[in-house]
Design a protein. Structure first.
Length: 189
């Protein structure tokens, strides 16, 4: 099924803007993704390199162009400081999407993941005709699960040992359970 490139609107919530990553963001992405908690609970490579940050830029550009996803940085509207990332991949065949996020240590506790995910999910539901949004969160990550609850995602189950809880790619690393959260049109708060 051919899909058109995604045209992004201005995604802003008060002091938070979701925007495409730029080459000048590479040092900030590198620094934030080097955080052990980001590496523990997300799928970012470990060890994280500046080339990995550049790959994030390429991922965003490719997914926007082929219409299969949006991977944005969460930035402060006044300073443009990178605070985290909010992204999602779209399955047009099923009219569904999977979203994920990470927030830098200095910006945690400010609602960045909740507000940014709300902006992106609303865009998916209202503008891209997505009918179901899923989110996976490590059971061991209470903050990520709290984001899902605040946005009124429904807990749809827990997959045993479904994710690595440690450096991505280290198959010998510890594994942990993952909660599956789902959201349909009309449920987002």
């Amino acid at each position: 099924m051919p899909v058109a490139p995604i045209v992004l609107p201005d995604l802003v919530d008060d002091d938070l803007r979701l925007r495409p990553p730029r080459e000048s963001d590479v040092p900030a992405i590198f620094r934030l993704c080097s955080d052990p908690d980001v590496q523990r609970f997300t799928r970012v490579p470990s060890p994280y390199t500046e080339d990995d940050a550049r790959s994030f830029l390429s991922l965003h550009a490719a997914r926007i162009e082929d219409g299969t996803g949006v991977h944005l940085l969460a930035a402060d509207t006044a300073t443009d400081e990178v605070l985290g990332a909010i992204g999602g991949d779209i399955d047009h065949r099923d009219y569904s999407a999977e979203v994920g996020y990470w927030v830098g240590a200095e910006a945690r506790g400010r609602g960045i993941a909740t507000r940014g995910t709300r902006l992106l999910v609303r865009f998916f539901l209202e503008e891209l005709d997505v009918r179901y949004v899923m989110l996976h969160a490590a059971v061991a990550n209470p903050a990520s699960n709290a984001v899902a609850r605040r946005l009124r995602f429904t807990h749809e189950g827990t997959s045993r040992d479904a994710m690595l809880l440690g450096p991505t790619g280290d198959v010998s690393g510890p594994r942990g359970d993952a909660n599956l959260w789902g959201l349909r049109p009309g449920e987002l708060t």
